[in-house]
Ligand binder design. Structure first.
Ligand code: NAP
Ligand code: ZN
Ligand code: ZN
Length: 346
C-alpha cells in the first residue's frame, strides 16, 4: 500500500477536504495512473450526500479520470508507461457472467466494482479520482486517442459513455428525432454525440437561458419546459428522448412527446421515484427505459468516435479547493457544462 493526496467527503453533510488515501501496490495486471484531470459528475454529489443510500466515509469521489500511465505490472499487455489513459465508473467486474462475457460489464450479475465507495475484490473500499494516482486492473483502463486533450476527455468517461450508449442502442441517426432533457454535463454530451450520429436534435431545458449554447453544441431546436406550450407544440414528435435530469420530473408529460413506438430512456438518477401512468405508455406503444453507463468495449468505441468527430466536453477547469463551490453550482444547474479538477495542486 502507498498513500496519495486526495479530496474527500468526511460525511454526508460536511464539505470535501484535503486528505490522503491508500492505494494498493501495483499487482501483475495493474496499471498505476498519474491522474491529471477528474470531472465532477452529479453522481458524485448524489453519492457523497447519501441520496442513494449510506456510504463509507471518508469518501473520495471521481469517476471521470484522465491521466498518464507511470507504472505497469509484470503481466500487463494493454498499456505502457507514458500512455494517455482514462478510467470511468467501474474498475472491475466478475468477468464470468453472461453480461460480462457480452462486454456489458456495467450490468455484471455479481455487481460491477464502482470506481469509488464500492467494496473492491480484495475487500477494501474503492476511492475515486479526486486524487493524484490510482491503481486499476488493465482491462478497465481505456486508451485516450491522440487528438483528444486529457482535460476535455475526462468527462467522456462518464457523461460521454452514459449518453453514447443509449443513443447507440436505440438507433439515433439520420432520420431520427431525438430530444435531450436537461442541458448539464450529460445533456451537453448527448447533444454533441446525437448530432454527430446524424439525428435531428432538440434540447428541452428548464428555460431558454442556454439556448445559444445548445444550438452551438449541435442542437437543431431548443425549447423551455417551463412553458406549457412546449408540451402541446411537441406532442407526438420524438423517436427517442434521453432524460438526463438529476431531479424527479413528470415523466408522463414527456412520454406524450413520443411518436408511436418511441422510447424515453432515463439516465438521470434522482433519489425519488418516477411514477408512470399506464395510459402514457399504452396509448402509443411507448417504452420507458433506463440505461447505465456502458461496457468497456463500448466506452473505447465512444472515445474513438469522439476523437474522430472532434468531440470533447465543454469544461471549466478548477483547482481542488473550488470543489465545494462547484458542487453548489452543479446543484443550481449553473454548470457550462462540466467542472474538471486539475489535480496538479492536490
Ligand atoms: P447536471 O450537470 O447537474 O445536469 C442536470 C441538468 O438537469 C441540469 O443542468 C438542468 O438542465 C436539469 N435539471 C436539474 N434540476 C432540474 C429540475 N429540478 N427540473 C428540471 N430539470 C432540472 O448533472 P449530470 O452530471 O449531467 O447528471 C445528471 C443525472 O444523471 C444525475 O442524476 C446523475 O446521477 C445521473 N447519471 C446517471 C448515469 C447512468 O449511468 N445512468 C451516469 C452518470 C450520471 P437545464 O438547466 O437545461 O434544465
Ligand atoms: Zn458519472
Ligand atoms: Zn459479471
Amino acid at each position: 500500500m502507498f498513500t496519495v493526496n486526495a479530496y474527500a467527503a468526511p460525511s454526508a453533510t460536511g464539505p470535501l477536504v484535503p486528505t490522503s488515501i491508500e492505494r494498493r501496490d501495483v499487482g501483475p495486471h495493474d496499471v498505476l495512473i498519474e491522474i491529471k484531470f477528474a470531472g465532477i459528475c452529479h453522481s458524485d454529489i448524489h453519492t457523497v450526500r447519501g441520496d442513494w443510500g449510506p456510504q463509507h466515509y471518508p469518501l473520495a469521489p471521481g469517476h471521470e479520470i484522465a491521466g498518464i500511465v507511470t507504472e505497469v505490472g509484470t503481466a500487463v499487455t494493454k498499456h505502457a508507461v507514458g500512455d494517455r489513459v482514462g478510467v470511468g465508473c467501474m474498475v472491475n467486474s466478475c468477468r464470468e457472467c453472461v453480461h460480462c462475457q457480452a462486454g456489458e460489464e456495467q450490468y455484471c450479475l455479481a455487481g460491477n466494482t464502482g470506481t469509488y465507495g464500492a467494496p473492491d475484490r480484495d475487500g477494501t473500499i474503492t476511492q475515486g479520482g479526486y486524487s493524484t494516482h490510482v491503481v486499476v486492473t488493465e482491462d478497465f483502463v481505456l486508451r485516450i486517442p491522440a487528438g483528444l486533450e486529457l482535460d476535455v476527455a475526462a468527462p467522456l468517461l462518464c457523461a460521454g459513455i452514459t449518453t453514447f450508449s443509449p443513443l447507440n442502442h436505440w438507433g439515433a441517426g439520420p432520420g431520427k428525432k431525438v430530444a435531450i432533457v436537461g442541458l448539464g454535463g450529460l445533456g451537453h454530451m448527448a447533444v454533441k454525440i446525437a448530432a454527430a450520429m446524424g439525428a435531428e436534435v432538440t434540447v428541452l431545458s428548464q428555460t431558454l437561458n442556454k439556448h445559444d449554447d445548445g444550438i452551438k453544441l449541435g442542437a437543431d431546436h431548443f425549447h423551455a419546459t417551463s412553458d406549457p406550450e412546449t408540451f402541446t407544440k411537441l406532442a407526438g414528435s420524438f423517436d427517442l428522448i434521453i432524460n438526463t435530469v438529476s431531479a424527479a420530473i413528470d415523466i408522463n408529460a414527456y412520454l406524450q412527446l413520443l411518436t408511436l413506438n418511441g422510447a424515453l430512456v432515463n439516465v438521470g438518477a434522482p433519489a425519488e421515484p418516477l411514477p408512470v401512468q399506464a395510459f402514457s405508455l399504452i396509448t402509443g406503444r411507448r417504452s420507458f427505459a433506463g440505461s447505465m453507463i456502458g461496457g468497456i468495449r463500448e466506452t473505447q468505441d465512444m472515445l474513438d468516435f469522439c476523437a474522430k468527430h472532434g468531440i470533447g466536453s465543454e469544461i471549466e477547469v478548477i483547482r481542488p479547493e473550488q470543489i465545494n463551490d462547484a458542487y453548489e453550482r452543479v446543484l443550481a444547474s449553473d454548470v457550462r457544462y462540466r467542472f474538471v479538477i486539475d489535480t496538479a495542486t492536490l
